[in-house]
Design a protein around this ligand. Sequence first.
Ligand code: G
Ligand code: G
Ligand code: MN
Ligand code: NA
Length: 253
Amino acid sequence: RDIERDVAKALSNDALEVWFQPIFGNGGRKITDLEALVRWKHPRHGWIPPTDLVAVASFSGLAEPLFRYILKDVCTMMQTLRAMNLGHLRVAMNMSPREMSQLAVDDLIIAKLRKLDLPASMLEIEITEDTAKDISSVQGKLAALAKEGVRIAIDDFGVGYSSMSSLRLLHVDRIKIDRSFIYGIAESVDDRKVVQSILGLGKSLGIEVVAEGVETEADLRILRQLGCVTMQGHYFAKPMPHHEAIDWINQSR
Ligand code: G
Ligand code: G
Ligand code: MN
Ligand code: NA
């Protein structure tokens, strides 16, 4: 189909962009990571949701080329950060359940990091709870990545399938609370309780918890009250192209 051909063309023409959104520690006071988010502006259809791009690529045999493309831009950002003496900042890359099960993501990542002499500890991968459904096909890959020093986060936590045991089996360093729970936090006691219990879970398992989708001052205040340390959202910063993200970091220092 047309769209499949367009993805192939975008990959060979270098027409995809990877944008970066800061993640903050210390109660929202200090940048700790950048989350990489792919962006594709189709010449006729405009901005295509990344999940659609990833889905099209995976059924047209382009999953690996797309993955390599994004990984390359992620590594370029890591190189930029190191050159600025900001090697303590990490870059987080999203991976769909399909990418996790179908691609040799561990080999691809480890080879790339070694080739560029980049420390594995600068990279975090974000998998979703649904990846944990098919635990046997991903456990070995995650173990290999964790052994190398790559960090592992569970994204969109609370809306998908995952078991408490999978958090241990999958070497999880971080849980990212789905932004649907943060959205209502100022109005909804129930959402606040969900967030509180995920924070408690993280604390008792020794897993860092990130609140995503922080959009207002009120969200921030409540999250701090609940003891949440790590946060991300439009209130702090939106996803930005490579150079804007670097300018943003320089200005906020
Ligand atoms: O950036 P945005 O809000 O449009 O992202 C929408 C969804 O697409 C999110 O679930 C996000 O995790 C996913 N996504 C963004 N970039 C990537 C990527 O590079 N790879 C994969 N697999 N998913 C991505
Ligand atoms: O599924 P995942 O958590 O990877 O989705 C990340 C997407 O969420 C990013 O593409 C980004 O565009 C979007 N996002 C980031 N911060 C906010 C926010 O504060 N509010 C909303 N509505 N979306 C956000
Ligand atoms: Mn994410
Ligand atoms: Na998320």
